[in-house]
Design a protein. Structure first.
Length: 255
């Protein structure tokens, strides 16, 4: 782990392995420990760079920031490490950031992986879900709300019983609210054609946060994109179908 000063804040970055660079960007409320298994595997073949996005993990948590700040942070990391070209891999929120990077500087992204993405949104997917199910959530305890949420974002929610740390956030309610606000009102639909990277888009059939229709739309607008729907997964296919998922990722990166 290393703390690096980027764009006026401290970002926590975990660098493992040697070889062609691969930057990994986590989801909302998570941090780079989300990538523990992926880094362990992929760092054998690539130089993996897994950051804690601003507002998350051990990175600084400003009182306000935007999706564009996230994008600029990744671009600045490319400059700091002198990566002329890199592979880029984002999950959920990380996929929004990755799309923004690949749109702004397409010549610097070789291969792009977007897992459970969407390409536009008025509010974060989590806030939208809560609003849509507001009546059903009334009167539920914190644990009951969490269980309800899990049932709507996984093929089999028992996976959260086996691994309670999945998607668990360490952010305070205030930090979570700030992180959610950063994802409000973005729309890449008219710009996705600028992405030149070979792109892999993966969605989970049972994901109610960013459903497969969002992934299909994203892939349809990127010139060189392949869409895969995982049939026994929701929002965390890397944990729900790990062997199949890893095989898909490894094949894409190695070809």
């Amino acid at each position: 782990m290393a703390i690096i000063k980027i764009n006026g804040i401290n970002l926590n970055v975990d660098i493992q392995g040697e070889g062609y660079p691969l930057i990994l960007i986590h989801g909302l409320g998570c941090d780079n420990t989300q990538w523990k298994g992926e880094v362990q595997r992929l760092s054998k073949s690539y130089k993996t760079v897994a950051l804690d996005c601003r507002g998350h993990g051990k990175s600084d948590k400003p009182d306000s920031y935007t999706l564009n700040d996230h994008i600029q942070d990744v671009l600045s990391l490319l400059d700091r490490f002198e990566f002329t070209v890199t592979n880029l891999y984002g999950v959920s929120m990380g996929s929004y950031i990755a799309q923004g990077v690949a749109i702004k500087q397409p010549h610097r992204i070789n291969k792009l992986i977007l897992t459970v993405p969407k390409s536009n949104g008025l509010i974060s997917s989590t806030r939208r879900f809560i609003q849509e199910h507001a009546k059903e959530l009334v009167g539920l305890s914190k644990q009951e709300k969490r269980t309800f949420f899990h049932k709507h974002i996984a093929y089999n929610s028992d996976i959260f019983l086996k691994d309670p740390e999945l998607l668990k956030s360490s952010l305070t309610p205030q930090q979570t609210a700030i992180a959610n606000r950063a994802l409000e009102g973005f729309d890449y639909l008219s710009e996705l054609h600028k992405i030149t990277a070979e792109t892999l888009v993966i969605s989970g059939k049972y994901d109610e946060l960013n459903p497969p229709c969002e992934g299909k739309l994203c892939a349809s607008l990127i010139p060189n994109a392949t869409f895969i729907e995982m049939l026994y997964s929701g929002h965390i296919p890397m944990a729900e179908e790990p062997e199949n998922y890893n095989r898909i990722i490894d094949k894409f990166l190695s070809k």
